[in-house]
Design a protein around this ligand. Structure first.
Ligand code: M6R
Length: 609
């Protein structure tokens, strides 16, 4: 989720690039840089931290020229530092990149054998070297880019320039977005529309597997294999704020829709399908560390705590290691029994949550190993733990966590498989089947997103309710908690989650015709028991919204409303069931007119105890 900008024309490139990058700051950043063709060479300026640092640097040491590229980085490979900031240079080539190159270790080793040396820890730098090697071999910039992208695996967008071809930019897209802004005597490139709206509203959107050759006279599109493409620009009428939200009404809705891609990005390069295993080389807790783990403490806050509750099911089922789940705010105060046989796994989107960080300190003091599942590279938690497994959700802007949660579940399931395979509790065939289904999960997830209108209709019917209950069983019980948390955060409706079997031990007293109950009812071993709970609710006049993968008429007979989801492996059901609950909470909040992206009293990172 980096920000990319390119410009060629008659204006001062550095100011166009800087203003474009400012409009992309919402995508997250930890460093930024620009490169401009100036005095027969490409000059680069980069700085760590906010974009203003780069602006200050450019003021002190300006770059003059009419063609250039700019980048704000959201780190994935390598910590945020000036060396790791883009643009990256290799010989005559300067390049910016958004995405992840999966085979970068093999490619880098190959380049090293050919005598190339590297100045950063990034996967990006290898692309610049590969293009430079191809140019040295006689290719022009376009042909060199084409042969290079053919060798890359992963998701990427790149923009590249060469000092040998001034006034020319080449952009290539495999998965992450690239848009070309078409002007008169000038053209623009960006990872997102808002960066260009100040200059043009005529946009050409690159599709996966396409390359654009851009100079001030025009834009030529082709496929990676060289087939030319004819495409007319589209006129964009969005205002700048809508453009930042990708045309969605709120960041939250955009982030809900980004979940299939976020899941893919989090799995990318980590699944070994043939072996029925996963590769989590990032987790380095000592040789054969998994053999020494006798207990696991899972600690987090809020939504991330719900991910820990699901992870307990994953790990205990697949790896048979006893797990305890704690709130960050409770963990250290209960004087936990910890030693070096304990593994502490903390889960945090931001990596800055004070209570979760304090749990890390408590565990370290007692000699336990610490592992974080985290979304923000080099955040406080990421720096303090022994190892980090990053989720690749990209920046989450809406205060209510959505895509971070599903990627946390993906990462935690990968850890469970990793432990289970190494400790011999789960065989390759079982894991292969699970991982294959996991790889295909974005498809059923998109099917649920496609039913957003139906979920909105349900939300409209219940938007005036003042209380809600959510119930589920087993590993879907934490999803009931998460559904309730989303609803209360966004709409300020009082909502509680319970294990369905607990209803009769107290909460059933609340059931009346004014109490909607959301029931998670996947077709699994607990189906009949949850159906009985539904009947108990029905006989007390409760309104029942069922989320289920069955088409069973008996369900429709008891339910007031039914939201249907596709059937997936029971271990993956929590990931899928999360999505309709996010949409339900979102649409209820929209109907009540609350501030969806910044609900009252809440902050995105809770950095105080
Ligand atoms: O950044 P973290 O994942 O550590 O944040 C933890 C909670 O503060 C966070 O999940 C919070 O509950 C969200 N508002 C949930 O939508």
């Amino acid at each position: 989720m980096c920000g990319i900008v390119g410009y060629v024309g008659e204006r001062e490139a550095s100011s166009v690039l800087l203003s474009g990058l400012r409009m992309l700051e919402y995508r997250g950043y930890d460093s930024a840089g620009i490169a401009v063709m100036s005095d027969g060479d490409v000059q680069v300026r980069r700085s760590v931290g906010k974009l203003q640092n780069l602006a200050d640097l450019l003021e002190a040491d300006p770059l003059q020229g009419r063609c250039g590229i700019g980048h704000t980085r959201w780190a994935t490979h390598g910590r945020p530092s000036e060396e790791n900031a883009h643009p990256h240079r290799a010989g005559r080539v300067v390049l910016i990149h958004n995405g992840i190159i999966e085979n970068f270790l093999e490619l880098r080793a190959e380049l090293q054998r050919a005598g190339r040396t590297f100045s950063s820890e990034t996967d990006t730098e290898i692309i610049a070297h590969m293009i430079d090697v191809a140019i040295q071999g006689g290719s022009d910039l376009l042909a060199a880019t084409r042969s290079t992208v053919a060798a890359l695996e992963g998701s990427f967008s790149i923009v590249v320039m060469s000092r040998d071809e001034p006034g020319r930019l080449v952009a290539a897209k495999s998965a992450t977005p690239i848009v070309i802004g078409v002007g008169e005597g000038e053209n623009f490139i960006a990872s997102d529309v808002p960066a260009l709206l100040e200059y043009t509203r005529d946009m050409l959107f690159l599709e996966d597997g396409e390359i654009a050759e851009v100079d001030c006279d025009g834009v030529r599109l082709s496929r990676f294999d060289g087939t030319p493409i004819e495409r007319q620009p589209r006129r964009i009428t969005w205002d700048p704020v809508t453009a930042q939200k990708g045309g969605f009404k709120h960041f939250m809705l955009k982030e809900i829709h980004e979940q299939p891609q976020a899941m893919i990005d989090t799995m990318r390069g980590r699944l070994l399908l043939e072996a029925g295993d996963v590769s989590l080389a990032e987790i380095d807790l000592g040789a054969q560390w998994w053999e020494r783990v006798e207990r696991i403490d899972l600690v987090a806050c809020g939504t991330a705590w719900h991910a820990c509750l699901v992870a307990k099911f994953f790990i205990e089922k697949l790896a048979r290691i006893p797990c305890n789940v704690d709130y960050g705010s409770e963990f250290r105060y209960r004087d936990p029994i910890l030693d070096d046989r304990e593994l502490l796994i903390v889960v945090s989107q931001s990596g800055e949550t004070a209570d979760t960080l304090a749990a890390v300190e408590a565990a370290r003091e007692k000699g336990s190993r610490t592992l974080a599942v985290c979304n923000v590279v080099d955040s406080s938690i990421a720096r303090r733990v022994d190892s980090v497994l990053y989720t690749h959700a990209g920046p989450e802007i809406s205060v209510a966590s959505t895509k971070a949660f599903v990627t946390q579940l993906v990462a935690l399931l990968l850890i469970a498989v990793h432990l289970g395979r190494r400790r011999g509790f789960v065989d390759a065939d079982t894991c292969r089947q699970l991982l294959e289904e996991m790889l295909h999960l974005p498809t059923p997830l998109r099917e649920v997103l496609d039913r957003a209108d139906d979920i909105e209709a349900v939300a409209r019917r219940y938007a005036k309710a003042e209380n809600f209950l959510y119930v589920g069983r087993g590993l879907n019980y934490p999803i009931a908690l998460e559904g309730a948390l989303k609803l209360k955060e966004l709409s300020y409706i009082h909502a509680e989650g319970y294990p369905a079997g607990e209803l009769k031990h107290g909460p059933i007293a609340l059931i009346s015709e004014t109490m909607p109950v959301v029931v998670l009812l996947p077709r699994n071993t607990a189906f009949n028991k949850t159906m009985s709970n539904m009947k108990e609710i029905e006989s007390r006049g409760g309104q029942i919204i069922v989320v289920t993968d069955t088409t069973d008429a008996a369900v429709d007979a008891v339910a007031t409303d039914v939201i249907r989801v596709p059937t997936v492996n029971p271990l993956l059901m929590p990931l899928l069931l999360t999505v309709p609950l996010q949409l339900l909470a979102y649409f209820v909040a929209v109907h009540r007119g609350t501030d969806v992206d910044q609900p009252r009293n809440l902050a995105k990172s809770v950095t105080v105890e």
